[in-house]
Ligand binder design. Structure first.
Ligand code: R5P
Length: 297
């Protein structure tokens, strides 16, 4: 019998996971000292096999606390530790673009591999690699998708939406959502000039089908919304075709600074995200997807 161990910043989904698996849940106690260090106290006693569930947005202190927790668990004789991190941090920097840049994907991947036997995540941002175990060198590095949950959620909302991806990378998610339900889809091309300056274009892209969006329910899909600029630029392009509605659905909602306000100001009808990252836009859950993976063990 295993146990789900959670943290105060991701309690509801972690408890849901425990409930769905009919496993006990216990919480790690964190005491933050005035100097910024954390005292980590894990539950005791623990079984030989444990599952730690914590999502890794705002990751710096969370990573340290996870390492302290995993190490303390090993001290208790725990033999197998699964990390369920619905959002996995530091996966974007997968090469050094300039001299001196740390390749965070490899460094953090290796660090996680030292402490955990299995890692389960949702839509990690893997650009130049396809297998998560290339980033986290362990046998069980499992990358799941939010697309099934997204597709089911959208089916309840629209009869015949058209699904739009803002860049080539989104092709995989757009297809996975649209194809099983015979919805039309289209993929734009994106050029990023800086963190906050992106250009999105819907002009011809060989891989994409181009459709008239006038009077259609349009849904833009992406894995991450960070500054929201990719979505903003997509919305501005789509609006030129006068659709019936524009909705946004993402796996991981960051929407930093005024991103939500700016998208609302553009007249976006709906902004939805999964509970991989706790956010006001959370509308559907990826916990069942993770449960299904854990059930396979
Ligand atoms: C990038 O390739 C990702 O799929 C997202 O499109 C990107 O991270 C979104 O970032 P932002 O919201 O800052 O435009």
């Amino acid at each position: 019998m295993s146990i789900i161990i959670g943290f105060d910043d991701y309690l509801t989904p972690a408890k849901q996971l425990a409930q769905s698996l009919a496993l006990p849940f216990q919480q790690v106690d964190l005491h933050r000292f005035p100097d910024g260090e954390t005292k980590v106290t894990i539950p005791t006693p623990l079984p030989k096999d444990i599952i730690i569930c914590r999502t890794l947005n705002q990751p710096n202190h969370k990573l340290i606390e996870l390492i302290l927790s995993a190490s303390a668990a090993r001290e208790q004789g725990v033999e197998h530790i699964t990390l369920v991190a619905p959002y996995l941090c530091y996966m974007r920097q997968d090469i050094a673009f300039n001299d001196g840049e740390a390749v965070s994907q490899k460094i953090i991947g290796k660090l996680i591999a030292e402490y955990f036997d299995r890692v389960i995540t949702i839509d990690p941002h893997l650009h130049r690699i396809t297998d998560l175990s290339e980033a986290i060198p362990i046998k069980q590095a499992v990358s799941l998708h939010a697309t099934e949950a997204m597709s089911a959620f959208l089916q309840d909302k629209f009869e015949n939406p058209i699904i739009i991806g803002p860049d080539e990378e989104s092709y995989q998610w757009v297809q996975a959502i649209a194809k099983p339900r015979n919805w039309q889809y289209s993929i734009a091309t994106k050029q990023r000039h800086s963190d906050t300056n992106v250009e999105v274009s819907f002009s011809s892209n060989d891989d994409s089908q181009q459709f008239n969006l006038t009077d259609r329910d349009v849904v833009i899909v992406d894995d991450i919304a960070s500054t929201g600029k990719t979505l903003e630029q997509s919305v501005l392009q789509i609006q030129q075709q006068k659709p019936k509605s524009i909705s946004i659905i993402v796996s991981h909602a960051f929407f930093v600074d005024d991103a939500i306000k700016s998208l609302n100001a553009l007249g976006v009808n709906n902004i939805w995200s999964s509970d991989s990252v706790i956010h006001e836009t959370n509308a559907f859950s990826i916990i069942d997807t993770i449960k299904a993976q854990l059930d396979k063990k």
